[in-house]
Design a protein around this ligand. Structure first.
Ligand code: GUN
Ligand code: ZN
Length: 440
């Protein structure tokens, strides 16, 4: 057992529903961690008095937060982060898809998988919903890399049977067979789960979506993820390709793919009916603000989602997104809502923390295990501890109160300010993190 002593902030309640007081900020907390689980929590003096024999790890020089939950990120796209200046379909054609085709090479895929998992944990992400590769071997490699490091990951083989470059195309039968093999190997193994992952409606026929539905039905706790309403040209093309669908969401919904185990990325341009269907089914939306800004996709209508009762969490959308760190996504989400003026949502620091942690856990059906640091939860945590003398260090030393400190962490924080990251009580990034095995 280990007793951690720290300033701790988390959001077991939703500040967007209950207001900024939903931030739980304990200036000098004791968290007793046993077998990777928070076994006791309270004022440090009280927890230490009740457990005088435990080793104390003193983290008072920084701030302890729950590990971040990234609900939308692409493993094959690590090396193309920063491809600026294009709208979605041009960026896919000239930047993302050629890079994804390179993962046909197994050694290359293993290297990228390690860079990807390493990038996530260095940024403080402890749980992620991941777009795998179009290649089964490369998708297997990202599961193996996540397992080696200890990341909590839900991922799947990405499938499509049109629009894509020839090497990325597959058939419904092959998608089903390869998906089933990966699901049987990885789903439920440690912290790993499988997600059925058609790339987007534009790259999938009805027959392919039907194969996806068959795989999704294979097990009760398998997840579904794809893209939705990201860009006006894309939406127009989906309308043309699916004349029988009422709208973009319907192209998935007609196949039974929209449920409480579905996470749809972007939804920048939804119709009122799509929001109704998302709310009614309990499906969640992954809001990816840096990607939406980088590709010029649009300003996310968060208020309309919340008013309709749609669940929203954050995604980095690497590689269209500008990096792995959900602190940056939180800040960009805040900026976007500011730009919407009276139509924007006032995203205070507590709301940003909730979006980056517990909202993601809720979207992924993992809120009984992660998302906050309550007793009984897994000790998935990040220790924000900027290097002395950095601007974040300076402003934190002059901060007023906990919400103010949290606002500063979202404004200035980068992966270099995240000193230690734990998943289930084990260090996955930081001084005593295990060194990943070398490439064969
Ligand atoms: N739509 C289909 N594929 C992608 C992708 O890789 N990134 C983004 N942002 N949108 C997509
Ligand atoms: Zn994406």
């Amino acid at each position: 057992m280990t007793l951690y002593r720290a300033a701790v902030m988390d959001t077991p309640r939703d500040p967007l529903v209950e207001g900024p007081d939903a931030l739980r900020a304990d200036a000098d907390a004791g968290l007793l961690v046993r077998d990777g689980v928070v076994a006791a929590r309270g004022p440090f003096a009280a927890v230490a008095a009740a457990h005088p024999e435990e080793e104390v790890v003193d983290l008072r020089a920084g701030v302890l937060l729950p590990g971040f939950v990234d609900t939308h990120v692409h493993y094959p796209q690590v090396r193309i982060i920063g491809g600026l200046g294009m709208p979605l379909l041009d960026w896919l054609t000239s930047c993302a898809l050629p890079e994804e085709a390179r993962l046909a090479d197994a050694a290359h895929a293993r290297a990228v998988a390690r860079e990807f998992v390493d990038g996530l944990v260095r940024a403080g992400t402890t749980t992620a919903l991941v777009f795998g590769s179009h290649f089964p071997g490369a998708t297997d490699a990202v599961f193996a890399a996540a397992e080696a490091v200890g990341l909590r990951m839900t991922a799947g083989l990405v499938v499509g049977d049109r629009f894509l470059p020839e090497p990325l195309l597959t058939t419904p039968d092959a998608a089903l067979a390869h998906g089933r093999a990966l699901l049987e190997k990885w789903h439920g193994r440690g912290r790993l789960r499988y997600a059925v992952t058609p790339r987007f409606s534009l790259s999938t026929s009805d027959a392919m979506l039907e194969a996806c539905a068959e795989l999704l039905a294979a097990r009760e706790d398998v997840w579904f993820t794809s893209h939705l309403n990201e860009n006006p040209t894309e939406i127009e093309e989906v309308r043309r390709l699916f004349p029988g669908a009422g709208h973009y969401l319907d192209s998935y919904h007609q196949h039974g793919l929209v449920t409480a185990r579905s996470v749809l990325a972007h939804n920048v341009h939804p119709t009122a009916h799509e929001l109704e269907v998302l709310a009614g089914t309990g499906a969640a939306v992954a809001h990816c603000p840096t990607s939406n800004c980088s590709l010029g996709s649009g300003l996310f209508p968060l208020a309309a989602h919340l008013d309709a009762g749609v669940r929203v969490a954050l995604g980095s959308d690497v590689g269209a997104g500008s990096g792995f760190c959900l602190l940056k996504e939180g800040l960009q989400a805040y900026f976007v809502q500011r730009l919407l003026g009276p139509h924007g949502v006032d995203l205070g620091p507590a709301a940003l923390l909730h979006l980056a942690t517990r909202a993601g856990a809720l979207a992924l059906g993992l809120s009984d295990q992660v998302g906050d640091l309550a007793v009984g939860k897994q000790f998935d945590a990040v220790w924000v501890r900027p290097q002395p003398g950095t601007t974040l260090d300076v402003v934190l030393r002059h901060g007023a109160d906990a919400p103010d400190a949290l606002a500063k962490i979202f404004t200035l924080g980068t992966p270099s300010d995240i000193a230690v990251v734990w998943v289930a009580g084990r260090t996955v990034s930081g001084p005593s993190a295990p060194v990943p095995p070398p490439l064969p």
